[in-house]
Design a binder for this molecule. Structure first.
Ligand SMILES: [Zn+2]
Length: 472
């Protein structure tokens, strides 16, 4: 994986002073009244404020006295284009195929580069103000370089890819060779366009039953060649298992295993519906999963009947959390996803139950490992990128504040504290301060998003809220 060593020569040294630091380090320590020194975009040291002020004279300071500081959260599956501009407009009582072909497809066909860039910025500020500092775009993007620019504008860390599928006759489809060439071009162009390495590229296929064996295998090979990761969608609901059984006489993951298209570089989006042999194949090959529980509930994908994430995790499976899209899960709120996943798995009765501390690890250190960024982000310890979130414990949701580390983890995961995010640091740079994104003017963003929403709906031939008012 590409590191960010070259990053942020211009980022000033920063001291985040006096917070109670939830490190998510190997010992899961919580360090009270601790200052974090940040230099060159990375965490340089943890210790008493006085000592670090002497070591880093003249450093800028962010006062976190009395606050809780957690590692930046990781959203491993978040669509950043189109949906953010039409958030909450797709009805929640229609079949998923209708949501795709009556809404998503025409909207994507009519979105231009300016739409994609703005939508990505909307996603980024939405993520950052909820404590999400890394967002992985799983690739349903017509203009990936513009989406990357939109993320970069807000100062978030990200990975972006373009459309990738080769079923003939479908919109955005192309032969496998062309898809792979475009993927290579995107990853290469993003490396050149982003010298600080904050927003990089990865190989992204749409997946499902819409990709040939040649393309699945080629994508994994390309990811190895480019030293990056790869993702595609699989089995969020029962449709993919049904299609693969019909076409190949075996389950989707068994098929991927047979063609050699699994492995530690692959992050499968969803994998909700898994048979025993599929679970075994994922564990055996080290293939990771991005789970988006909010989307499965919003879309009625059957996660309460079919999901088996706790079992996967307890057996050493690599899993990260995602929030999917602004019309599936709707809010890029990783702490909410953590609570939903823990609750769903607890309700399933899997032993041992997934604790809040486990779910917090999925949102941070374990999620980082699952996306191939372990040792780079996900915990607060020297040497890692300085992605930090300061939670304002003066807010009512923190009264009274838990002090015992296990109770603190429960309060962070179950207590709905993502609305208490006060300050956010990404790669050593303060990008949200006192709840306000520093790099983006929200008033301008709001006005432009409203205008682009109306124009996009009109071009796609879909009703606008102005033309079809509907009662709640
Ligand atoms: Zn998706």
């Amino acid at each position: 994986m590409r590191t960010i060593d070259a990053q942020c020569e211009m980022v000033p040294t920063l001291l985040v002073t006096g917070g109670d630091v939830v490190t998510m380090d190997p010992h899961r320590r919580v360090l009270n009244d601790t200052t974090i020194a940040v230099s060159g975009g990375r965490i340089a040291a943890l210790g008493p404020a006085g000592d670090l002020r002497r070591r880093y004279p003249g450093a800028e300071e962010l006062d976190a006295t009395g606050a809780v500081v957690i590692p930046g959260l990781i959203d491993a599956h978040q669509h950043t284009t189109v949906d953010p501009l039409v958030r909450s407009l797709i009805p929640d009582d229609i079949p998923s195929q209708s949501a795709i072909y009556d809404w998503a497809v025409p909207l994507h066909q009519h979105a231009d580069g300016d739409d994609d860039e703005l939508a990505a910025t909307v996603t980024a500020v939405d993520c950052l103000t909820r404590g999400v500092t890394t967002v992985l775009e799983p690739g349903t993007v017509a203009h990936p370089l513009r989406a990357a620019a939109g993320l970069r504008r807000a100062g978030i860390r990200g990975r972006v890819g373009g459309w990738g599928w080769d079923t003939p006759g479908l919109p955005f489809s192309a032969p496998a060779g062309e898809v792979l060439a475009a993927q290579r071009e995107t990853v290469t162009a993003l490396r050149a366009a982003d010298p600080d390495g904050l927003v990089t590229g990865w190989v992204t296929l749409v997946g499902h039953a819409l990709v040939s064996d040649e393309l699945f295998g080629g994508a994994l090979q390309l990811a190895g060649e480019l030293d990056t990761t790869v993702t595609w969608h699989l089995s969020p609901g029962p449709d993919d298992p049904g299609s693969y059984r019909l076409r190949y006489g075996r389950s989707p993951v068994e098929h991927l295993a047979r063609i050699g298209a699994l492995g530690p570089r692959l992050l499968l989006g969803h994998a909700v519906w898994l048979e025993n042999a599929e679970l075994e194949a994922l564990l055996h090959t080290g293939t990771a999963i991005a789970a988006c529980p909010g989307a499965y509930l919003r879309l009625g994908q059957g996660v309460t009947r079919a999901g088996r994430y706790a079992e996967f995790i307890h057996r050493g499976g690599r899993l990260a959390l995602g929030c999917d899209s602004h019309n599936a899960g709707d809010a890029p709120d990783v702490l909410r996803a953590a609570a939903l996943l823990a609750g769903l798995e607890h309700d399933r009765g899997t032993e041992p139950p997934l604790r809040a501390a486990d779910a917090l690890a999925l949102a941070t250190v374990d999620g980082a490992e699952a996306i191939g960024a372990g040792g780079e982000i996900g915990s607060i310890r020297p040497g890692l990128a300085a992605d930090l979130v300061v939670l304002d414990t003066t807010r009512p949701g923190w009264i009274p504040r838990a002090t015992d580390p296990a109770a603190l983890a429960r309060q962070i995961v179950w207590g709905g504290v993502s609305d208490t995010v006060r300050d956010v640091v990404v790669g050593g740079r303060v990008v949200v301060r006192d709840r306000r994104p520093l790099l983006v003017d929200l008033t301008e963003l709001r006005q432009e998003a409203a205008a682009r929403q109306g124009a996009l709906l009109s071009r796609a031939g879909l009703p606008t809220s102005a033309t079809v008012p509907s009662p709640i």
